[in-house]
Every structure is written in C-alpha cells, then in structure tokens.
Write a protein that binds this ligand. Structure first.
Ligand code: SAH
Length: 232
C-alpha cells in the first residue's frame, strides 16, 4: 500500500508510526468495501492499489477515501468507491479482457479496471475531462488505458467486439450500438433508468438466445447524453 503524506516537512515521514493516518484511512476504506459485500480478491486489490486522491481535486484530498461521490470538472462526478468496486465485480473481469468504458470522468474507474484487465478503452464526451484523465493516468504510470473524446453511445466500431462494456452514466435503454459491439458471452454493466428517476445497475450478458438481463442495486448516476459536449 502506498501512503501519501500531506503537508509534512522534508524528512518527517521517518518518524511516522508504521501505520500512519493515511494507511489507517486506506485500511478502513477496504474494510468498508468488504463489509458492504465486495468479495473478489482482485477487485479489492485493485481498489487498494489505485490512489483515489489522485483523481479528485486538491480541495477534496481529505475526502478521497470516504464512501461518497465527489464533484469533478464540467459538472460531472467521480463515482462512490463502493459503486466502482461493485460494477467492477459484476463485470467478472479476467486478465485477457479488453474493456470498453463509457464516461471516463476522472479516469478513476478506468484505472481500477486496468489493474485487472489487459486493456481499457474509455470514451468521454468532454475534451477537458478526457485530457485531465489522460494526464492523471500517465502520472500514475497506467499504460493500458486509452482515453478517447467522442460520443460513447456509438461505441468504437473499429475495435469491437469488446469482452466487457461498462457504462458509467445512466440511460433509459442500453444503447443499441454498444449491445452490437459486445462480444458473444460478453457482459455489459450499465445503470438503466430515467434521468432524474429511479435507476438500477443492470448486468446484460450476450448469450446464444439473446441478452440475459439481471437487475441489481438502485443507484443515481449523471445522465448519458448523446454527442460530443459543445463546451470544452
Ligand atoms: N467513470 C467516471 C465517472 C463518470 S461520471 C470516474 O471514474 O470518474 C459520467 C461521465 O460520463 C461524465 O464525465 C460524462 O461527461 C460522461 N458522459 C455522459 N454521456 C456520455 C457519452 N455519450 N459519451 C461519453 N461520455 C459521456
């Protein structure tokens, strides 16, 4: 576990107890995820390894390991850690998988997916968010995520089919292009529901008989909107 000192003078870290404030905070973060039912070792490990405070604004560093969503630029938000872990777990990721994520936002969810899967392609409609996410991922040494500016509702035909698709914005129906770009036996996890109404995380599995659907937990996500964003 990497600990990040806050406001220490040079050389002071050596006097910290073996479990400083930051590492206790991160242990509690993992325990809270386990208590809420996150079971899979690779998901907990990925949540442990990705430093969430690097994906939120400096003013929110102290809140990074609490279980809440936090604001990022362009009126968007970084999802609550439990929801990030839950959706990752529902994807049933394997190391050979290529994952398409819609809604890069801060890049945090992409970094978590990238700890488990071979490759992550993430599409964001705001250029500003995409650029900031790229810079953060690079600073964190994440090499297997590609961030693309575009309309994620259209997917990325040239790279299809995808083993897994994760949508991190809410939509009333699964976008047909994404369903078409899901591999056979592939899994898509997507929050379904009206813009300001009840939404649920839904897991869709592409089988020989069509799409199998499992409705999971109730959530609240920002909306999936068509087209690239006009503002930067
Ligand atoms: N996964 C992000 C949180 C995403 S918030 C994280 O870990 O921080 C949802 C994001 O979806 C927002 O950034 C929003 O701009 C983006 N979004 C909404 N509609 C989109 C679309 N059609 N294509 C791509 N991104 C979209």
């Amino acid at each position: 576990m990497i600990t990040h000192g806050r406001g220490r003078a040079n050389g002071e870290a050596a006097r910290d107890p073996p479990f400083g404030h930051d590492s206790i905070e991160r242990m509690e973060f993992l325990l809270a995820l386990r208590r809420r039912g996150i079971m899979r070792a690779e998901v907990l490990r990925a949540m442990d390894e990705v430093a969430r405070e690097q994906f939120v604004g400096a003013q929110d560093h102290a809140l990074a390991y609490g279980d809440h969503a936090l604001p990022i630029a362009c009126g968007q938000s970084i999802s609550q850690p439990y929801i990030v872990a839950y959706m990752t777990e529902q994807l049933d990721l394997r190391p050979e998988h290529c994952v398409l994520e819609i809604g890069t936002g801060s890049g945090y969810q992409a970094a978590v997916l990238a700890r488990i899967a071979r490759e992550v392609i993430s599409i964001e409609r705001y250029r500003t968010l995409a650029q900031a996410a790229r810079a953060r991922l690079e600073a964190q040494g994440v090499k297997n995520v590609t961030v693309i500016v575009g309309d994620g509702m259209l997917g990325l035909k040239g790279r299809a089919p995808f083993d897994r698709i994760l949508v991190t914005a809410a939509t009333p129906e699964p976008p047909p292009a994404l369903v078409a770009q899901l591999a056979q036996d592939g899994i898509m996890v997507v929050p379904l529901g009206p813009r300001d109404g009840p939404q649920r995380i839904v897991k869709l599995t592409k089988t020989n008989e069509g799409l199998a659907r499992a409705d999971l937990i109730a959530v609240r996500f920002v909306p999936l909107l068509p087209g690239k964003a006009h503002e930067l």
